[in-house]
Ligand binder design. Structure first.
Ligand code: MN
Length: 321
C-alpha cells in the first residue's frame, strides 16, 4: 500500500513529546483516502494529533469491500525507504511484486513483511481471479537509524503463532504476545496482534507496560477501556498498562492491537519514505525519478510518479504539521 497523494506533506515523527507515559484514552477518528483506482481506505495513522505508536507509523484499514467483478486493489509500483511494510489480510488476497523479483500472494493469517531498508519498489494488486471480498490492513513500521541502511528484503510468513488461551484467541503478527513470538524480523521492540472475539465474549490481553499501545476494531464492536469501539477509529492507550480488557458486542469481532517501545529518534516522513533527514528524502526521490530502484518485474503498467517535494528543507525538527 502506498501514500498516493500527489502533493504529500512532510511531517516529523518520533521523539517522546507525544508519548503518554501513563495510560491514556485518545479516540482518533480515521479519514477516508482513495488508493489506486478503486480502493478507499480508512487512514488511522498518521492522523491529527498522533503520528506514531511505538515504531508503527502508518495504519490503513480497508474493507470489507465487495469486489466481485471489480478491479479490487490496484496499486502500481512505488518506492519505500526506511520502513517495513506489514500486509495483513482478514479476507481475500493481495498479489505482491517487488524490485527484488519477489512474487507472493498474501492471504488471511499470513504475514507479508517487506523491509525497505535502503530502498525497494513494490506493487500490490487484486489478481484477475480474486475473491469477492477484500478486507485487510496495511501498516508501516519505522526503522531505527542503523536498519535504514540495510539491504531490502521481502518475507512471506505463512505460519504465525496463534494463542488459544481460554477466551483469548489471537494471532501474533509481529513481536511477542503471551509468550508467543512472530517469525517476522523486527528492528525495535513492538507488538502487532489480531484478536478474535466471539459475540459477547470477554477476554484480557496481556500488555508490555513499557510499550505504548493503540487498537482498532476491524469487525463488529468491542468495548475497550470504557468505550464501544467500531471500525473507523484508532484508540490510543498510552503506556503503563499491563493488560487490556475486551468485551465483544452482539456479533463476532476482530480487533487489531499495535504497540511498541516509544520511538525516541526523530524521523522525517514524506510520501512513502522514512528517513533521518530531508536530504535523504530528497535523494530517494531523485533515485525513484531516475529509475534507480529497479523495475517491478511482471507488473503491466506505469509506476507511480514521484510527486514534487514541498518547498523548503525537510528538517527532523521544526514544523510539526
Ligand atoms: Mn507500499
Amino acid at each position: 500500500m502506498s501514500n498516493l497523494d500527489t502533493k504529500p506533506r512532510a511531517s516529523v515523527a518520533g521523539g517522546l513529546r507525544d508519548v503518554s507515559p501513563a495510560p491514556a484514552h485518545q479516540l482518533l477518528p480515521g479519514r477516508p483516502v482513495t488508493l489506486g483506482e478503486s480502493t478507499v481506505v480508512r487512514r488511522l495513522l498518521p492522523t491529527l494529533g498522533r503520528r506514531m505508536v511505538g515504531a508503527w507509523c502508518f495504519i490503513d484499514h480497508y474493507g470489507p469491500d465487495e469486489i466481485a467483478g471489480a478491479p479490487g486493489m490496484q496499486v502500481a509500483p512505488h518506492p519505500h525507504i526506511g520502513l517495513q511494510t506489514v500486509s495483513w489480510l482478514l479476507a481475500g488476497e493481495v498479489l505482491h511484486r517487488d524490485s527484488l523479483g519477489s512474487v507472493a500472494t498474501l492471504r488471511p493469517g499470513q504475514l507479508g513483511l517487506m523491509t525497505a531498508g535502503a530502498g525497494i519498489a513494490h506493487s500490490e494488486q487484486s489478481a484477475p481471479d480474486h475473491s469477492p471480498l477484500l478486507h485487510g490492513a496495511q501498516l508501516w513500521v519505522a526503522l531505527p537509524a542503523p536498519s535504514r541502511e540495510a539491504d531490502p528484503r521481502f518475507a512471506l510468513h505463512p505460519e504465525l503463532p496463534v494463542i488459544d488461551d481460554g477466551p483469548l484467541h489471537a494471532t501474533v503478527v509481529l513481536g511477542d504476545l503471551a509468550g508467543a513470538r512472530s517469525p517476522g524480523t523486527t528492528h525495535s521492540p513492538l507488538i502487532g496482534a489480531d484478536v478474535s472475539l466471539a459475540a459477547g465474549a470477554k477476554a484480557e490481553v496481556p500488555l508490555e507496560p513499557e510499550f505504548e499501545h493503540a487498537t482498532l476494531v476491524a469487525t463488529g464492536t468491542v468495548e475497550v477501556d470504557g468505550d464501544t469501539l467500531s471500525p473507523g477509529a484508532l484508540l490510543y492507550l498510552g503506556c503503563g498498562r499491563s493488560r487490556l480488557a475486551l468485551h465483544a458486542g452482539p456479533s463476532d469481532a476482530r480487533l487489531l492491537l499495535f504497540g511498541g517501545e516509544p520511538f525516541e529518534e526523530r524521523i522525517v516522513m514524506w510520501w512513502n519514505f522514512v528517513a533521518g533527514s530531508g536530504e535523504e528524502i530528497a535523494a530517494a526521490r531523485e533515485r525513484w525519478a531516475g529509475g534507480d530502484f529497479g523495475p517491478v518485474a511482471g507488473y503491466a503498467g506505469e509506476s507511480v510518479p514521484a510527486p514534487p517535494l514541498p518547498p523548503g528543507t525537510l528538517k527532523p525538527r521544526g514544523r510539526e504539521r
